[in-house]
Design a protein around this ligand. Structure first.
Ligand SMILES: Cc1cc2nc3c(=O)[nH]c(=O)nc-3n(C[C@H](O)[C@H](O)[C@H](O)COP(=O)(O)OP(=O)(O)OC[C@H]3O[C@@H](n4cnc5c(N)ncnc54)[C@H](O)[C@@H]3O)c2cc1C
Length: 266
């Protein structure tokens, strides 16, 4: 059988920055809201256009049936919700993100957050021989360490290729081509490093997103997940300033950023 060293290394594609895309948000059905208000003899209007903010306000107001004119702005209403820690109201605001250019170690940390929903690239179905790899800055910035890292990653890639080829031969008796590839890739992936690039779709409500941003935007968090938490916060502050406006970004001595709010775990 071919040995790992016999395979020529392909160009190693290294990624240094995660990409975060805010791909999903909510819409409100104004006719149904009007129907509800009419059925209950009340009127209400709000000054936000953001679906998640509007839904959180409607949900919060149902607790006391506090609809009617001359009330707080949406910003004031949601700020109050955050201040008093009535966080369940924020669970009605939901956003979806696509995150790419991140490592498997990042997603291992991310998926500890149990209130998010996830769909992640499968290493059993997808060929990882052309995968990118995430190199941490302190390694990339040091030529000697960078060389060690590249050698280790290239060795893993060569081993992966050899293992996939060998396992495909081993499973030649399996007629279904897709199953055969899956059987090979699921075993061969065991040699891929934490640095292997992955993509993940994440959906979460504002309460869970706030908790994530607080824990993972903290200076104590790993730099990769902190970079993603900061990127998500930036997108959310643009998208929904009334829910995420209380956060500030604090520069750390290494030049990176951490998140801060006075209202944690609402
Ligand atoms: C700096 C840092 C270092 C870490 N180091 C480690 C480590 O060394 N090893 C390790 O294993 N993990 C580590 N973690 C992960 C950490 O332990 C949590 O698993 C992770 O941060 C998810 O947060 P969470 O537990 O608040 O839960 P989430 O899933 O985000 O849930 C949010 C909140 O919902 C409530 N909740 C959710 N599920 C339950 C439940 N089943 N029962 C009761 N309440 C629940 C809790 O109030 C929880 O805080 C680290 C996290 C950070 C930020």
């Amino acid at each position: 059988m071919e040995t790992a060293n016999a395979v020529e290394p392909r160009v190693l594609k290294v990624v240094r920055e995660p990409q975060v895309y805010l791909v999903g948000k909510q819409v409100v059905d104004p006719q149904e809201i009007e129907r509800f208000l009419g059925d209950h003899g009340v009127t209400w209007s709000t000054d936000t256009e953001i679906g998640g903010e509007m839904l959180s306000e409607i949900a919060g107001r149902v607790c006391y049936m506090s609809y009617g004119k001359g009330r707080r702005t949406n910003k004031e209403f949601l700020e109050h919700i955050v201040e008093v820690g009535h966080g369940s109201v924020l669970e009605h605001a939901v956003w979806s993100f696509l995150i790419s250019g991140v490592s498997r170690s990042f997603t291992h940390e991310l998926i500890r957050h149990r209130h998010f929903s996830y769909s992640q690239l499968s290493q059993r179905y997808v060929d990882e021989s052309e995968s990118d790899f995430i190199e941490p800055d302190p390694i990339a910035d040091d030529p000697e360490l960078d060389a060690v890292w590249r050698e280790a990653v290239n060795a893993a890639r060569r081993a992966y290729d050899v293992l996939v080829a060998g396992l495909q031969k081993r499973f030649t008796g399996v007629e279904d081509k897709t199953l055969r590839r899956k059987l090979a890739r699921q075993a061969a992936r065991s040699v891929l490093p934490n640095a292997t690039e992955t993509k993940i779709f994440v959906t979460g409500n504002a309460r869970a997103l706030r908790h994530f941003i607080e824990l993972r935007g903290s200076e104590h968090a790993d730099v990769e997940i902190r970079a993603v938490a900061v990127a998500m916060l930036r997108l959310l502050q643009q998208e929904s300033p009334n829910v995420f406006g209380d956060y500030t970004l604090v520069p750390l001595p290494d030049g990176s950023l951490a998140t801060h709010t006075d209202h944690v775990k609402v």
